[in-house]
Design a protein around this ligand. Structure first.
Ligand SMILES: Cc1cc2nc3c(=O)[nH]c(=O)nc-3n(C[C@H](O)[C@H](O)[C@H](O)COP(=O)(O)OP(=O)(O)OC[C@H]3O[C@@H](n4cnc5c(N)ncnc54)[C@H](O)[C@@H]3O)c2cc1C
Length: 126
């Protein structure tokens, strides 16, 4: 059974890592590099860690596990009736689709920060 995952971040990657034995796993991601450890990005840029600590799983690792990794592929639309994801550069069929595309902040981020500050300050009085 074909499991198509859109998003190769921690959510999509962890799912693929967990299920590659049970499904034909294919991952689409618009980024051009395999899974990397985002919290370590600033350490890497600052020269504090080696590349291997950032990219812990090479493209060969995906190949060995039979996971098809499609990098630089931006998913545009899901055609539910034909069970197909339409992306820039092709379309991809699935039996099961997981959208693991992360999240964006909606609304006013300044207000959210202010709210958090208020919560922190409020907690001091409890
Ligand atoms: C520099 C940095 C440092 C961080 N440090 C910490 C930390 O210390 N602690 C912590 O808890 N969290 C940290 N985070 C946040 C953490 O990385 C995120 O919470 C986590 O990555 C969310 O995982 P995710 O898989 O849900 O989404 P994401 O990591 O956002 O992955 C989603 C993936 O989907 C892909 N995608 C999205 N839309 C499409 C599309 N249409 N077609 C194809 N691909 C698509 C994106 O390219 C991306 O690779 C950090 C984030 C960054 C950027």
């Amino acid at each position: 059974m074909r499991l198509l995952i859109v998003g190769n971040g921690p959510a999509g990657f962890s799912l693929a890592k967990e299920l590659y034995n049970d499904f034909e796993v294919e991952i689409l991601d618009r980024e051009c590099a395999p899974y990397y450890n985002k919290p370590m990005l600033s350490h890497y840029i600052a020269g504090l860690i080696d590349r291997e600590k950032l990219f812990m799983y090479s493209e060969e690792w995906y190949e060995e596990k039979g996971i098809k990794l499609r990098l630089g592929v931006n998913a545009r639309r899901v055609d539910i009736s034909s069970k197909r994801v339409i992306a820039d550069g092709g379309s991809f069929d699935y039996d099961i689709l997981v959208l693991a595309t992360g999240a964006v902040v909606l609304g006013d981020i300044k207000k959210s920060i202010e709210m958090e500050r208020m919560i922190k300050e409020s907690l001091q009085f409890i």
